[in-house]
Write a protein of this length. Structure first.
Length: 350
């Protein structure tokens, strides 16, 4: 099982500098590359300081100039917010800028906060259909002289300019959860990204079962890769584990509030949560977070990850967004590199 880093700028108060946050993101990716991580992933989000990433291709192009080996992926672009011609061209340019190291992760999106602002009236079902129409359009544009007349986009014969450096195009990863999205990804030759969020190991197993079922249904096609994305933090003491659990409990409560889209937002910051707000989300209470996420000292983390490797996951991505601050993120990542990764070196190089 190989490892990757899933990372964004995140801002908890207005005194933090966006420039400093960007430098910290770059340094974390440089650490990951030096350690032998296979990829770094950056997503797309709009209008929220909670996750700052309006165009991942800009970040990835910059990272391409600061790194030499690590693959650089979108985790993920939100398909409904793009026109196929624009997405094909920008992705291809990013592939050129990174020396052919782009992986294109694509999703339907999830936050109604973003739908309201970029595509009013869109719901998750319609967003999913747009994502499924986007993938063949991208491949057609990269091949060239592609025209489209469909329910979402119509345009005359067009060729992506530039074309990707990778042939025939960068690997495409689909964010999948329900069985139909797994089936679509496998049927269309796409790799799969999954995250259980804070649902725990039962969901980790269920997601792999859905992927395996899709592969069995398309046994005549090559088996794609599957990546598991989870919040993962390594501590050096039991007290630090307890502190991390509390921090991630708050992070997920904030995530839940953004997802519910009910609390006021001012200058990109969500109104602070009350104790009542947090109590209304029992799935994110510390005891639930401790069980669901991968947080602990090295031996605990290794045991959890060995179980995921045994399930068949090809790549495990450390979701480092957490609101805990750069120095603690860096300490956790260093502990992972020094104390956890050696237990997987043989399988990662196989």
């Amino acid at each position: 099982m190989q490892f990757s880093l899933f990372v964004h700028m995140e801002r908890s108060d207005a005194t933090q500098s966006h420039a400093a946050l960007f430098r910290e993101l770059v340094e974390l990716v440089e650490m990951a590359e030096a350690a032998g991580f296979v990829a770094a992933w950056v997503g797309e989000h709009h209008g929220m300081e909670f996750t700052i990433s309006p165009n991942p291709f800009i970040t990835l192009a910059y990272l391409g100039a600061r790194t030499s080996r690590i693959r650089l992926g979108t985790g993920t672009v939100i398909a409904p917010f793009w026109h196929p011609v624009k997405l094909a061209g920008e992705a291809a340019m990013a592939d050129v800028a990174t020396g052919g190291r782009l992986d294109l992760g694509i999703a339907r999106g999830a936050y109604s906060f973003e739908y309201e602002r970029l595509f009013p009236g869109l719901d998750a079902a319609a967003a999913g259909q747009r994502m499924r129409a986007m993938i063949p359009a991208l491949r057609g544009l990269w091949q060239g002289d592609f025209e489209m007349a469909g329910p979402y986009w119509s345009f005359p014969k067009t060729t992506s300019s530039p074309k990707p450096l990778q042939h025939p195009h960068p690997p495409i990863w689909v964010a999948a959860r329900d069985p139909s999205s797994h089936d679509f990804a496998v049927a269309h030759g796409c790799n799969v990204q999954v995250t259980p969020l804070a649902s725990g190991d039962e969901e980790v197993r269920s997601l792999m079962q859905r992927f395996n079922a899709a592969c069995e249904a398309h046994a005549d096609l090559p088996r794609p890769k599957i990546m598991l994305l989870m919040h993962t933090f390594v501590s050096d003491t039991a007290a630090e584990t307890d502190r991390l659990v509390e921090d991630l409990s708050l992070f997920y409560a904030q995530f839940g509030a953004w997802f519910q889209n009910k609390k006021p937002v001012h200058q990109g910051f969500l109104e602070p949560l009350s104790e009542a707000d947090r109590a209304a989300m029992p799935q994110y209470q510390p005891e639930a977070i401790r069980k669901a996420l991968v947080i602990g000292q090295p031996d605990e983390v290794i045991a959890r990850l060995k179980a995921y490797e045994a399930l068949g996951y090809d790549q495990y991505s450390i979701w480092i967004d957490s609101g805990i601050g750069y120095e603690r993120k860096k300490k956790s990542l260093r502990l992972f590199i020094d104390e956890v990764m050696p237990a997987f070196q043989a399988s990662a190089s196989a």
